[in-house]
Design a protein around this ligand. Structure first.
Ligand code: G
Ligand code: G
Ligand code: MN
Ligand code: NA
Length: 249
């Protein structure tokens, strides 16, 4: 059983790592950015997935330290790659922290990573539980120059009409929805309608979970700006991502 102390020790011993998944321009197919994903490869007794350790980190409060580690490490690693954008997942608990924006600013300050190359991904859970704080945090982050994305769109309950009021720069359509694009007519209408509305509201649209060429083509035709998924690559260490046969912008 994974307990709080294992994660604390893992952080102290620097057993955690950050892997990356390419995000490509739907039109040119060039890699324009990466999503950072926490990994625990050196955990004694075998690797654990984020779905095993992120929830424990959240309930124990260690998500603040783990989140800062991921953000700092990713900014340091991406720093030398002049144009590649970086997208980092943020837990609702981190976003709730009134010091969160200051912590982001401090990482940008110490790593010299340009704010405009950074995007933070949040889920609707966070937005729904405290709309006022969410609005303020998003405004403060945008004032820093950092973009904010709504992650996992299509897995929750809220409509794009409601979420529009939060000024997200980007909406990421969840793989459970995007993956349906080649399934049936109704699903495909749902996906393309979402893309059209989000685009008309001025948001960038990213489809996640692209696994086949057919899905890639349908999502591009439906108007997605960016694509991400196993079709391009699974998450890997940065050096392996940079060796993929994807042109870089
Ligand atoms: O890539 P993967 O299967 O490993 O990710 C599983 C889940 O864990 C995803 O929902 C992803 O957003 C989340 N996750 C991965 N890395 C991080 C991280 O650094 N911080 C947070 N808060 N969530 C993460
Ligand atoms: O919740 P979030 O969107 O941050 O989660 C990213 C998760 O999705 C990671 O666990 C990553 O490993 C996984 N993932 C990325 N691309 C694909 C894909 O094409 N298919 C599937 N099934 N999972 C994917
Ligand atoms: Mn994500
Ligand atoms: Na997602």
């Amino acid at each position: 059983l994974l307990i709080e102390n294992d994660i604390r020790e893992g952080l102290e011993r620097e057993e955690f790592d950050v892997w990356y998944q390419p995000i490509v321009d739907a039109r040119t197919q060039a890699m324009i950015g990466v999503e950072a994903l926490a990994r625990w490869p050196r955990r004694p007794g075998g690797e654990l997935k984020p779905d095993d350790f992120i929830p424990v980190a959240e309930t124990s409060g260690l998500i603040y330290a783990l989140g800062q580690f991921v953000l700092r490490r990713a900014c340091q690693q991406l720093m030398p790659l002049s144009t590649l954008k970086l997208s980092v997942n943020i837990s609702p608990a981190q976003f709730r922290d009134p010091e969160f924006e200051n912590k982001v600013a401090s990482v940008l300050g110490t790593t010299h990573f340009p704010a405009r190359r950074l995007q933070l991904e949040v889920t609707e859970t966070y937005v729904l539980e405290n709309p006022e704080r969410a609005r303020a945090a998003i405004a403060n982050l945008k004032a820093l120059g950092t973009a904010v994305a709504l992650d996992d769109f299509g897995t929750g309950y809220s409509s794009i009409g409601y979420l529009r009021r939060f000024n997200f720069d980007t909406i990421k359509i969840d793989k459970s929805l995007a993956g349906l694009v080649d399934d049936d007519e109704q699903a495909s209408v749902l996906v393309s309608g979402t893309i059209r509305i989000a685009s008309a509201l001025g948001m960038q649209v990213v489809a996640e979970g692209v696994e086949t060429e057919k899905q890639m083509k349908l999502l591009r035709l439906a108007g997605c700006d960016q694509l991400q998924g196993y079709y391009y690559s699974a998450p890997k260490p940065l050096n392996e991502i940079l060796q993929l046969p994807l042109q870089q912008q």
